[in-house]
Design a protein around this ligand. Sequence first.
Ligand SMILES: Nc1ncnc2c1ncn2[C@@H]1O[C@H](COP(=O)(O)OP(=O)(O)OP(=O)(O)O)[C@@H](O)[C@H]1O
Length: 243
Amino acid sequence: MSSQVPRLEVDGLTVTFGGLTALDDVSFSVGDGRTVALIGPNGAGKTTAFNAVCSLVRPTAGTVRIAGRAAPASPTRLLERGVARTLQGLGLFEAMTVLENVVVPLTGRPGRTDAHRATALATLDRLGLAQHAHAPVGALPYPERKRVALARALVTGPRLLLLDEPAGGLGAEDIDELADVVRRLAADGCAVLLVEHHMDFVMGLADEIVVLDFGRVVASGTPDAVRADPAVEAAYLGLEAAA
Ligand SMILES: Nc1ncnc2c1ncn2[C@@H]1O[C@H](COP(=O)(O)OP(=O)(O)OP(=O)(O)O)[C@@H](O)[C@H]1O
């Protein structure tokens, strides 16, 4: 894969729901090894953009390209294209063990079951979850469950990782650990797109921030550039500071 072609390229994305324009001509890209955050106030269009990238929402106009090719029309084909995502609601199988949950994305792939289990265990180990491998997910506290959801996304070795509010509901220590995990992934060349409300996490982690407001990109750039942009303060950060 040439480094000239972004891992993810969103170009002129417009999504309308009936008469409502949720996204209006939105463009951004994420290169290999880069971390890009989508921020903006409630209703700005972040989830819609995320869902369009995951083929859960069909663009009214514009394109989503993954490694230079049109994104698959079906979300189930994303794994084959090296894309994995986490969900805001985690979507774990609570009665199954941690290991069973993390093996799920590998089932149906070629290879032996014990090889899949070894891959899942190695992923759990990377995230400090190995000691919980045989515990039912439902027995774990929320931060660990959230890490299991991340392990399930990472087990397939994605080249593009989509994180939906990964810091939500976590304390400071877990957020720092999460930031370290994402930094290591990026250092290994993974492209990361995240939607997040936790500003300290975003500012300390993202290479680039794309600010949405009323479905449009109102600013984009490095954390420092975005922080200094008056349009951002008006759209988002100012509202937070005033809250
Ligand atoms: N399926 C849908 N049908 C109709 N309108 C929708 C649908 N999904 C989103 N919208 C509308 O599109 C706009 C953008 O919503 P979206 O959920 O993408 O914003 P968001 O930035 O993710 O907000 P939040 O931070 O609250 O999650 C909102 O006005 C929302 O009400």
